[in-house]
Write a protein of this length. Sequence first.
Length: 149
Amino acid sequence: MEKHHYLSPVGWLEITVANDAVTALCVMFQADKPTQSSHPVALQCCKELDEYFAGKRRRFEVKICLKGTDFQQKVWKKLQEIPYGTTISYAALAQAIGHPKACRAAGSANGKNPIAIIVPCHRVIASGGGLGGYAYGLKMKKTLLDLEK
């Protein structure tokens, strides 16, 4: 397992690579000792993040590996199908995975997404159009949504 720190427009991101796939992408509110990796997957991830933040990439191609429950896997798979620049509600997410009464569970799985930005959990909003929640704060969620408009 290798860690790589990437300075993005929304702050430091920590990319974790294991078995030739990104297994985590987390926001770090500060990186006291940023580490750099020469792992090809980490470098590809950084290149794609550069393109995303420059408005040139709408879909990530870097290999990822998500580990979670079957329910979480369904949610995370569906998140990857939300088109760039669009949003869906937590209720629509629950409906899309075949569990229309599981809005809160879908929201919880959304919040446990280990690969932020690449698996676009920021594209899920409240039914009334409000931002809802976001593990890294609503300011960051709004910044990512604004970037995609």
